[in-house]
Design a protein around this ligand. Structure first.
Ligand code: AMP
Length: 197
């Protein structure tokens, strides 16, 4: 498992990770893996995993690491991840970083870059208010959104320091048109000599 690009997208809820993940997935020809999407699919289909995850998601809390790590181990073992992958919304905690590190080391590979989407909390709250109207996601309710932002600040934002110390973080201004933000990301990746093969 050494060819291809392995990247993470990190940023607060509402920063546009899902949208940019799809753009980058297309550009690099790698699967975009969103743990949030996988959990939502399981909740919708009332699988055992979905039943365990639902209460945490509705409250805007992280699903326990053990469940999340098992899910990602299974997904990254799929053949389509052999040529690289993009992770959107994982890792979210220090324990998940350790798990991912172990997984990558076991498969004799490593991350190429961590794209940090930077967005002001007031802007993301407004974006998520609009998404709640548009998509009806139960965790986009305003009080839950504020809690998700707090969970991000407490549990996920510290991961940026970990990845910065490894020289992996490319901070990108996430405010602007979708295409403009995609261009910013692609320019930052090109500057790091990370280009679609
Ligand atoms: P997202 O679509 O990334 O905003 O995730 C929606 C919800 O799914 C989160 O608020 C969590 O409840 C759960 N979730 C997604 N990814 C993770 C993760 N890596 N660790 C724990 N919980 C997660």
């Amino acid at each position: 498992m050494t060819s291809g690009t392995r990247l993470l997208l990190i940023g607060p809820p509402g920063a546009g990770k899902g949208t940019q993940a799809l753009e980058l997935s297309r550009a690099f020809g790698i699967p975009a893996i969103s743990t949030g999407d996988i959990f939502r699919h399981n909740v919708k289909n009332e699988t055992p995993l979905g039943l365990q995850a639902k209460a945490f998601m509705d409250a805007g809390d992280n699903v326990p690491d053990s469940l999340t790590n098992d899910l990602i181990t299974d997904r990254l073992a799929d053949p389509d991840c052999g040529g690289g992958f993009l992770l959107d919304g994982y890792p979210r905690t220090p324990d998940q970083v350790r798990h991912l590190d172990d997984f990558l080391a076991t498969h004799d590979t490593a991350l190429d870059v961590v794209v940090q989407l930077v967005a002001d909390p007031d802007v993301v709250v407004e974006r998520l208010r609009l998404r709640a109207i548009d998509q009806g996601r139960s965790d986009d309710d305003e009080s839950v959104v504020r809690h998700r932002l707090q969970v991000y600040q407490e549990q996920t934002a510290p991961l940026i320091d970990i990845f910065t110390s490894r020289g992996l973080v490319a901070p990108i201004d996430g405010i602007g048109d979708i295409t403009e933000v995609t261009h910013r990301i692609m320019a930052a990746l090109t500057a790091r000599r990370i280009t679609p093969s």
